[in-house]
Ligand binder design. Structure first.
Ligand code: EPZ
Length: 448
């Protein structure tokens, strides 16, 4: 279905061949009539945070193609496709009700400068640094901006690339990286298991001279997905010891075809929507082991659910959730990306819960919006103290980032009356067709 181009803040653009099925037409507010227990089945999309790094693997190729299945239809995905196209890659999107495939054809010669406009749209544009530098010997990338959840530096990415022989010069907010000859394989220790730094350095190491061992790497499932995509283009990637990865650089990567894993954060959002509305839903096409931490905390809080193969089924419960204490940690700890949604669910638990955010500097902006709906959340430094209330009331609220938006939506589904969530643009970055999926679960939601 072709729709006319919409000039929302984030350009929603696929390839020159087609526009994606944008179901919204400059509609940036979701109106929710809450209080309806959800029921039915919802399927999980491909993971945004896996698709973004694995799409950048096409920058390691020369005159070859990379085919990826299960790529979700999201703003951030289209921003990354636009970024790759600006560097000379040709992207073909094949999408219908059953297939969501993207084929990247990489030319022999790539461009190496990313525009300010594209780099500022999405911090994940920093993921072109490693592969471009390894393949072309140079890259210029405007520094990613901060956002509502923190400053988002890339110092660990740059430190690792320097150790591999790159010269890094930052002028007027643009990173200019270059290397004479090839990057050299090294043993690199990450001060923090940064997801993005792990991904950038794994891709840089793929075309470096010799062996690279990266220690204290991030262990999110998205990293394993990246390792699988690197292997499918000919790179040797192995785990090394307790928390490391070993990569043997190759001279030339070949064409490959791999699949994006299910989105564990999207899945948890629907699970928590089922819990909050006391509904009976099935969330399908997920990997239960990827959400162990969430399921463990939901069990502790007394939620009723069952786990089968690739499905989680939520059952209504006569009792409200018990209060619990949550601390976000790098994987396999409780994911920071599910923290706002969990806070929404705990805002109507039977007592006082706490959530400590240890990954990002400030990820509690959503709390004041939930309080407009009758929640009672106080923030003291990096801890949210959530005094459970009997119920929430609908209100007009604003999404401050995509996970905050998701939290406000599930709160609106449970609240009495009408909730309007503004700035849905944030939510479209990470949740494919969330309005349609919620209507499929019996929710009364519409875009206005
Ligand atoms: C990825 O961001 C995800 N984004 C984030 O998801 C997720 O919250 C985060 O990992 C943690 O799981 C994508 O994968 C596209 P980090 P990333 O590097 O790579 C600090 C969402 O909602 N840090 O692990 O940026 C950093 O400031 C998004 O989908 C440095 O100090 O996360 C943060 O406090 C939000 N220096 C912490 O580490 C660096 O060089 C975690 O960052 C890099 C990171």
């Amino acid at each position: 279905m072709l729709t006319k181009k919409i000039d929302l803040p984030v350009q929603f653009y696929t390839t020159k061949h087609e526009r994606s099925e944008v179901t919204i037409d400059n509609k940036n507010v979701m109106k929710i009539n809450g209080g309806i227990p959800l029921s039915g089945t919802v399927k999980t999309q491909g993971a945004k945070n896996a698709a973004l790094p694995v799409m950048a693997v096409c920058l390691l190729l020369r005159g070859e193609t990379l085919t990826l299945d299960n790529v979700p239809d999201l703003y951030d995905i289209h921003t990354m496709i636009e970024t790759l196209e600006s560097l000379g890659v040709e992207a073909e999107i094949r999408r219908d009700s059953k297939v969501s495939q993207v084929i990247f054809r990489t030319p022999d010669e790539l461009k190496y400068e990313v525009s300010e406009a594209l780099a500022r749209k999405m911090r994940a544009s920093s993921l072109v640094l490693g592969p471009l530098l390894a393949n072309c010997g140079r890259v210029s990338l405007p520094l990613p901006g901060g956002c509502s959840i923190g400053s988002r530096p890339i110092d660990l990415h740059l430190k690792g690339l320097k150790q591999m022989g790159a010269d890094i010069d930052i002028q007027n907010g643009v990173v200019h990286a270059s290397v004479k000859g090839r990057l050299r394989g090294r043993r690199i220790y990450l001060d923090f298991p940064s997801v993005g730094a792990t991904e950038n350095l794994m891709m840089a190491a793929s075309l470096a001279q010799g062996e690279t061992i990266i220690e204290n790497v991030a262990r999110e499932p998205e990293i394993d997905n990246l390792a699988a995509v690197l292997r499918c283009v000919g790179v040797t990637v192995e785990t090394e010891g307790a928390g490391g990865v070993r990569i043997i650089g190759i001279d030339k990567a070949h064409s490959g075809h791999e699949r994006v894993i299910p989105d564990r954060i999207e899945a948890c959002t629907y699970i928590l929507a089922g819990v909050m509305t006391n509904g009976h839903i099935k969330v399908e096409d997920l990997v239960p082991s990827h959400i162990d931490a969430i399921l463990a905390k939901l069990e502790e809080a007394g939620a009723k659910f069952s786990v089968k193969k690739s499905t989680v089924e939520i059952f209504p419960s006569k009792k409200r959730l018990h209060p619990i204490n949550v601390k976000t940690m790098p994987y396999p700890g409780f994911p920071t990306d599910s923290q706002p949604q969990m806070a929404a669910a705990l805002s109507v638990a039977r007592g006082v819960s706490t959530i400590e955010e240890s990954v990002f500097q400030a990820r509690f902006l959503y709390a004041q919006e939930l309080n407009r709906m009758g929640a009672d959340i106080q923030i003291s430094r990096d801890v949210a103290i959530i005094r459970g209330v009997d119920g929430l009331q609908g209100a007009s609220v604003k999404a401050t980032d995509l996970r905050a938006g998701a939290a406000l939506i599930i709160a609106g589904l449970a609240a009495k009356g009408e909730t309007r969530v503004d700035d849905m643009i944030h939510v479209w970055r990470g949740y494919e067709a969330i309005d349609q999926k919620l209507r499929g679960l019996g929710a009364k939601v519409e875009l206005v």
